[in-house]
Design a protein around this ligand. Structure first.
Ligand code: ATR
Length: 225
């Protein structure tokens, strides 16, 4: 039976084993899918052991998406753009790294929730792997304004500057990076939380009044519930 897992730290909260068991049932595949706790600083050794035990592929979550990027021997273009990998497939001669975060996020917001992003004011919170993976697909929807805000403002400023330089970002989108306090007085139609704050049941410390009437607040993470 094909063996898969999601690797992260923490991982006990993950709903991936249940979700993938349902996918397997829907598509009549015999597979096992477990939650793998990756010790911090030992990502490669943990993945090596999983492969040696017959593992075929992994989903990768906090805080290992950059380690997974390095671990992959080949990467899809969208993983290269994101600079992070959330899916590893183990072939006989290579490890393919992909990043499905951005595509999944956009599909959920625009299709499942019926909320268009084009010409809306969008706020992306966080500057880690999840935020990085979402930036390019978000930019390509051509929002009126896209602000990346992070607790450590320098990381958001650097991330926004990096993506603003990409040729594919030559669309007329105003892309800015800042700290949370710099958001005071601004209003947004869509606020996406790509920080890992909610994994610890915390909320990012944001100024009041950010949400325009009828706005959407979206959390990319979920905690223990
Ligand atoms: P991920 O791959 O999920 O993005 P990450 O690369 O570890 O994980 O990044 C975590 C992000 O969540 C960072 O933007 C981090 O902010 P800092 O760069 O300032 O550390 C953010 N984060 C984590 N806990 C937070 C909290 N309690 N409040 C606000 N931001 C938080």
């Amino acid at each position: 039976m094909d063996r898969y897992a999601v690797i992260g730290n923490p991982i006990a909260h993950s709903k991936s084993p249940r979700i993938h068991a349902l996918f397997a049932a829907q598509t009549a595949q015999a597979l096992s899918y477990e939650a793998l706790l990756g010790p911090l600083g030992a990502f490669a050794a943990t993945v090596d052991a999983f492969r040696a035990a017959g593992g075929r592929g992994l989903n990768v979550t906090v805080p290992f998406k950059l380690d997974a990027f390095t671990y992959a021997t080949r990467r899809t273009p969208r993983a290269e753009a994101a600079g992070a990998v959330n899916t590893l497939a183990f072939g006989p001669d290579e490890v393919l790294g992909d990043n499905t975060d951005g595509a999944g996020l956009l599909r959920d917001i625009t299709v499942n929730l019926g909320c268009p992003l084009t010409e809306r004011r969008v706020l992306l919170l966080g500057a880690g792997g999840a935020a990085r993976g979402s930036l390019l697909p978000l930019l390509l929807t051509e929002p009126a304004r896209l602000v990346v805000a992070n607790r450590s403002s320098a990381k958001a400023v650097a991330l926004a500057a990096e993506f603003a330089r990409l040729p594919s970002c030559a669309v007329a989108v105003k892309l800015e990076g800042c700290g949370f306090a710099d958001l005071a007085g601004a209003q947004f139609d869509v606020v996406i939380n790509a920080t890992s704050a909610s994994l610890g049941d915390a909320a990012p410390d944001l100024p009041a009044g950010l949400y325009a009437p009828g706005s959407l607040a979206y959390d990319m993470m979920y905690g223990k519930g």
